[in-house]
Design a binder for this molecule. Sequence first.
Ligand SMILES: NC(=O)c1ccc[n+]([C@@H]2O[C@H](COP(=O)([O-])OP(=O)(O)OC[C@H]3O[C@@H](n4cnc5c(N)ncnc54)[C@H](OP(=O)(O)O)[C@@H]3O)[C@@H](O)[C@H]2O)c1
Length: 183
Amino acid sequence: MPLPLKSNIVFIAQSLDGYIADKEGGLDWLNSIPNPENIDMGYGNFIEGIDAIVMGRNTFETVCNFDIDWPYEKPVFVVSKTLQMLEEPFNKKAELINGSIPEILTTLNQRGYNRLYIDGGKTIQSFLKEDLIDELIITTIPILLGGGSRLFMELPKQQKFEHIGTKVFLNEIVQSHYRRKKE
Ligand SMILES: NC(=O)c1ccc[n+]([C@@H]2O[C@H](COP(=O)([O-])OP(=O)(O)OC[C@H]3O[C@@H](n4cnc5c(N)ncnc54)[C@H](OP(=O)(O)O)[C@@H]3O)[C@@H](O)[C@H]2O)c1
C-alpha cells in the first residue's frame, strides 16, 4: 500500500497587492464581488482532502470572533508562543500546539495528520522560511487594499513552484494552484 502523501498546503485569498486582511484587520473585501449562488470556489473539496488545519493565533482569534458556529469539522491546531491555553468553548474545538515549525510538523505527522492546511499570514511565512510549504492555492480578489497583513515576506532563498492550474470564478476572481518544485 502506498505511504500516505505528506503535504502542507496553503489555501488563501489575497488582494491584488498581496494582502490577506485590510489595514483594520477586516475581511469584508473578500465578499466585494457579488456571488449570488454562493459558489465556494473549491473550498469544500479542498477541506475534504486535508487531515487537519494549522492556524496562527491571529487567524484563530479572528475565527473565534466570527458571529457563526465553529466552521471546521477537521481538527484545528493553533500555533502560538504567547497563549498558555485556549479559552472555553474553543478549547473543545481546537488544540494549542507549541514548538518550532519542524517540531510541530513532526508531532502532527506522528499523530497521523499528513495533509495539513496551513492558515494565517505569519504562520504561512514561518512554514515558507523552513521551505515546508508543498502547495499554494491562491485566490486573488481584484482589489488593491493599499496595506494590511501581508501574505508573503522575505525568504532566505528562492523557491520555485510549478503551475498546476488556474480557474476564474465569477469572471473576476482568479485562483491559481502551484506545487513546490524541488531540484
Ligand atoms: N484572506 C484570507 O483568506 C485569510 C486567511 C486567514 C487569515 N486571514 C487574516 O489574516 C490575519 C492574520 O494573519 P497574521 O499574519 O496575523 O498571522 P497568523 O499566522 O494568523 O497569526 C500570527 C501568530 O501566530 C503565531 N505564530 C506564527 N508563526 C509562529 C511560529 N513559527 N511559532 C510560534 N507561533 C507562531 C504567533 O502567535 P503568538 O503571538 O501568540 O506567539 C503569531 O503572532 C487575520 O486578520 C486573519 O483574519 C485572512
